[in-house]
Write a protein that binds this ligand. Structure first.
Ligand code: ADP
Ligand code: MG
Length: 378
């Protein structure tokens, strides 16, 4: 019976992917006393004022500044759980520095402020406990990888919180895709068995300190690196001979802002180029996937190569575009929204070039919880 249910679920998933592609975009607007953004009724559209002109955008969902962390997680929990069923699932946060990317992914230490990473680990641990009562055996292993200037660093390496050089992965071919499970394996990076929610919190804290250490070393207040949390999930049910391998990747991307040209010295310039390059490489991958191009340029950046199993095949991707609504950031916000609209709209480029235009009414008026990611059409 379980196998039949699983087959039905796969079939529905495949139909959904056929219909809508495997990429969804949610927009989250952070609080600010002065706002150039209006969230429009229906929960899927917003308008941004730039120099007295309004630009409207529609996404799968739009969350206004009062949306709590728990409510955000409610919208992604089903997607997160599908990693237990053997899917490769990836959630990104994209946007300029200060827009709320780290807040969305990691959050703050108080329980109400916890972001997607701690909540996802907690949910998966709870589900695993329930499944173990039904004779499933699961193993959960976590990695935290930083991608900076197209080089990798193991944020869980010994001493990574004290020295920005600790954990650097020098092997240029460290990223490997294991054929059987379709996993990404990073040679030389720690993979730590997750012992429980408290242990997971400790790993998250260590990774965050290691990331901050590199930023301090660069004398940078903005995040110039991508931070990739990977949870490798392997499940086995000996009685039925079922084996599942899934992966959950939660990615806090580097700030998408252009650096002020007058400030860009040689090193900064190289860095800014590399950031733009990997974000535009990500955009190129989305575009090729949506046009069902025979060649998808995953190998153009470490970031996309690392995430390949989630981006293509039977992977599922959700991108948050984080917006700081302050009027002074309106131009950067416009850039972020345009990037996200391209990601969101390109799916239907394959179907005769018509840009998908989700009607506000059709996309579920306010998206009341309940089915979680069901509202995002998975
Ligand atoms: P980024 O990682 O994109 O640079 P942060 O996540 O660090 O931005 O957010 C910048 C600041 O705004 C932080 O102090 C963060 O706590 C706060 N913040 C961001 N989003 C929200 C939100 N939705 N609600 C409350 N505070 C937020
Ligand atoms: Mg950040």
């Amino acid at each position: 019976a379980a196998a039949a249910a699983e087959a039905t679920r796969r079939q529905l998933h495949n139909q959904m992917v056929e219909l809508r592609g495997n990429i969804r975009v949610f927009c989250r607007v952070r609080p600010h006393p002065h706002s150039a953004v209006r969230c429009l009724p229906g929960g899927a559209a917003l308008a941004l004022a730039v120099d007295g002109r309004e630009h409207a955008f529609t996404f799968d969902k739009v969350f206004g500044p009062s949306t709590a962390q728990a409510a955000i997680f409610g919208e992604v929990s089903e997607l997160v759980q599908s990693a237990l069923d053997g899917y490769h699932v990836c959630l990104f946060s994209y946007g300029q520095t200060g827009a709320g990317k780290t807040y969305t992914m990691q959050g703050t230490p108080d329980p109400a402020g916890a972001g997607i990473i701690p909540r996802a680990v907690e949910l998966i641990l709870a589900r695993v406990q329930a499944l173990e009562a039904q004779e499933w055996a699961y193993s959960l292993e976590a990695s935290f990888i930083e991608v900076y200037n197209n080089t990798l660093r193991d944020l869980l390496a010994d001493g990574a919180a004290r020295s920005a050089d600790a954990g650097r992965i020098t092997d240029a071919n460290a990223i490997k895709h294991d054929a059987s499970g379709g996993h990404t394996v990073v040679a030389g990076a720690s993979r730590v068995a997750v012992a429980g929610a408290g242990h997971a919190a400790e790993l998250i804290r260590r990774a965050s300190e290691a990331r901050a250490c590199a930023e301090t070393a660069m004398n940078s207040t903005s995040s110039r690196s991508h931070c990739v949390f990977m949870l490798y999930i392997a499940g086995a049910h000996p009685a039925s001979g079922t084996r599942l391998t899934g992966c959950l990747c939660l990615v806090d991307l580097a700030g998408s802002e252009r650096l002020d040209r007058s400030l860009a010295e040689a090193e900064r310039k190289k860095e800014a180029c590399s950031i733009n390059q990997s974000l535009s490489a990500l955009g190129d991958v989305f575009a090729s996937l949506s046009s069902k191009s025979a060649h998808v340029p995953y190998r153009n950046s470490k970031l996309t190569y690392l995430l390949q199993p989630c981006l293509g095949g039977d992977g599922k991707t959700l991108m948050f575009v984080n917006i700081n609504p302050e009027p002074a950031s309106a131009n950067e916000s416009l850039c972020s929204l345009k990037f996200a609209a391209k990601v969101n709209g390109c799916e239907t480029a394959a179907k005769g070039g018509a840009r998908r235009n989700v009607s506000v009414a059709a996309s579920g008026g306010g998206g009341g919880g309940g089915s979680g990611a069901g509202g995002s059409g998975w």
